[in-house]
Ligand binder design. Structure first.
Ligand code: M6R
Length: 366
């Protein structure tokens, strides 16, 4: 059932090229220059007339929501707020019938997300679901939605659900950008064809696995870990930290790289591994100067870089390369080595990777 892998988590990490393809297959028609999503096509006016999009989710799904915030605002020019479902539901939020609420949930059973949906519906919002489990409570409770088609995710640590959620939300943002006239035909085409390249680029990224294992060996006994990224890769830093803490029980924090100097920099010494997500596109020079700040405090730098990188490679203790892509698609690649790093560290520490202590696959109580 684990298909020859030692754990479901590793199997699911390796399934990502296929899962991402399954998620856009039938929707993305690059040759015709269209994106078909039934749940969106039937409710297009709701999206186009929305004052804003509110995204609610928990955990990893909330991180996918944060990536989507960058995509929607950057590409479709629609204002977005991303909320923890548990906070949103208890804060008497201001919601109108001009709001579109997108709920993201792998399981479709998360209690707080479900409650947030019910509240938004009562107050007149149009509610759209992004779920993996077909027929789940959230899929049934929403007005419309789009499934991720990742296939069953068994490992408690979410991996392919995350990348397929980002894929669905990217399709949605691209579609709205096109409908709103934010995109020229050529820019739209460039995005569609690059999205089609992503599965093979994920495959290439997976080939870094042996290198990631060597890096894991060097840092498996760390007590703390810091993850830094900017822009589209700030949520990837959060997700990398969550993945490490939940399965290896190492304390980890994710931060926007520029926030480091507002506090976390005090933690940096020669015992602190800092994982920096530093692809070529997206505030590269700024990240380079953040890396210099870490280095001068003797922090150990593990950098995720674009293939062929020179500047960060010269500064970092370890680099893991990912293929070049469009900035807004980079989270689909940069997140892969972070999943592998957590996996190997957890295995080396003897942790129960697929069923970490104190955690359940779906959180059906608040
Ligand atoms: O099923 P959901 O996507 O609603 O679950 C949300 C979180 O409980 C989930 O992402 C959790 O944080 C994972 N264990 C993260 O790997």
């Amino acid at each position: 059932e684990k298909g020859g892998y030692d754990h479901f988590m590793l199997k699911e990490i390796y399934e990502q090229p296929r899962a991402i393809k399954d998620t856009y297959r039938g929707r993305l028609r690059a040759a015709q220059g269209i994106i078909k999503m039934a749940g969106v096509d039937e409710n297009l006016e709701k999206f186009l007339n929305a004052n804003r999009i509110i995204i609610v989710a928990c955990g990893t799904s909330w991180h996918a929501g944060l990536v989507a915030e960058y995509i929607f605002e950057d590409l479709a020019r629609i204002p977005v707020e991303v909320e923890y479902a548990s906070e949103f539901r208890y804060r008497n939020p201001v919601i109108t019938d001009k709001d579109v609420l997108i709920a993201i949930s792998q399981s479709g059973e998360t209690a707080d997300t479900l409650a947030a949906i019910k509240l938004a519906k009562e107050r007149g919002a149009f509610v759209f679901g992004v779920c993996n489990v077909v027929g789940s409570s959230i899929a049934r409770e929403t007005h419309a939605g789009a499934y991720t088609h990742a296939g069953p995710e068994i490992g408690v640590a979410s991996t392919k659900a995350f990348t397929t959620q980002i894929t669905v939300l990217t399709l949605l943002a691209l579609k709205l950008a096109k409908e709103k006239g934010e995109f020229s035909e050529s820019k739209f085409h460039e995005f569609l064809s690059e999205l089609e390249n992503i599965p093979s680029k994920v495959q290439t990224t997976l080939a870094s696995n042996p290198l990631v294992e060597v890096i894991a060996q060097a840092y498996k006994d760390s007590d703390n870990c810091l993850y830094l990224g900017r822009g589209y890769n700030f949520p990837v830093a959060l997700e990398g930290a969550l993945k490490l803490k939940e399965i290896s029980y190492i304390h980890a924090e994710g931060y926007p790289a520029a926030e480091m100097k507002h506090g976390p920099i005090a933690l940096i010494d020669d015992q602190m591994p800092v994982i920096v997500i530093a692809p070529k596109k997206g505030h590269y020079e700024k990240v380079v100067s953040n890396i210099q700040e870490i280095k001068s405090r003797k922090g150990k730098i593990i950098a995720i870089v674009t293939a062929g990188d020179r500047q960060v490679t010269d500064l970092a203790d370890h680099v893991i390369e990912v293929p070049e892509t469009i900035e807004s698609l980079s989270p689909l690649l940069t997140t892969i080595p972070l999943q592998l790093l957590s996996y190997h560290i957890a295995v080396m520490r003897g942790c129960n990777v697929d069923q970490p202590r104190n955690l359940a696959k779906s959180v059906t109580v608040e």
